[in-house]
Design a protein around this ligand. Structure first.
Ligand code: IYR
Length: 220
């Protein structure tokens, strides 16, 4: 029965054969995703990035508050400032702030404090979580902000892969510098920094593997 404020929703439905082919195709696309750290400077139409962000914006969120802001950065001067600030923090991370265990765990990834991709990639998407909303100067509570923004970033990364671009989930730490450089309001906290673009001409990624289903799924 229809209640006020509700609209009828009819789920998309496919025959089982079609469901198998769709889920297998989608798994193939997603399983081919790799985090890439070397980007081409080849431009990407802004409309593609906008569409990808609209896909991220379809994520579910606590009380439908959609507590996220996606900053799209292509300005070389701003990218340079972000790189400088990120490298300053990462230099300290790699030279004392991270434990030996952490450094050992990262060794398979070949990462270090240098972050040239922050300037090479045509776009950086800086994701901010809104710990609360400011509505005419009044604080309004948001709910499950970490979970909501995490899910939106998952959608974002899936959309980037589906489109045929690559990205890196970069987490400079601490990253309050993003709030300052991008002049975000006090209710927005940096969540992830995601360079997006085409990969460099010849790219190598670590030879690592995904856990098989029987290691990640349990049945009851
Ligand atoms: N934020 C650092 C270190 C780093 C940490 C993890 I956990 C990674 O999976 C990768 C890197 C950096 O970006 O280099």
């Amino acid at each position: 029965m229809q209640q006020p404020g509700f609209i009828r929703y009819q789920a998309i439905q496919f025959l089982e054969d079609k469901m198998f082919s769709r889920v297998n195709d989608f798994h193939g696309i997603m399983d081919y995703r790799r985090t890439v750290r070397e980007f081409s400077s080849r431009p990407v139409p802004i409309e593609i990035i906008q569409q990808i962000i609209k896909i991220a914006g379809t994520a579910p969120s606590g009380a439908n508050k959609q507590p996220w802001t996606f900053c799209i950065i292509s300005n070389p001067e701003i990218k340079r400032k972000i790189r400088e600030a990120a490298e300053k923090e990462e230099q300290e991370n790699y030279n004392g702030r991270m434990s030996q265990e952490w450094l050992d765990d990262l060794s398979i990834l070949g990462t270090d404090w240098q972050k040239p991709f922050l300037e090479t990639a045509p776009y950086l998407i800086a994701v901010f979580r809104k710990s609360y909303d400011l509505v005419n100067g009044v604080k309004r509570k948001n709910y499950y902000v970490q979970e909501s923004v995490g899910i939106a970033c998952g959608f974002l990364i899936a959309a980037i892969q589906y489109t045929g671009l690559v990205c890196l989930t970069h987490t400079p730490s601490p990253m309050n510098f993003l709030q300052e450089i991008l002049q975000r309001p006090e209710n927005e906290k940096p969540y992830l920094l995601i360079p997006v673009g085409y990969p460099a001409d010849e790219v190598y990624v670590p030879a690592i593997h995904r856990k098989p289903l029987d290691e990640i799924a349990v049945y009851y």
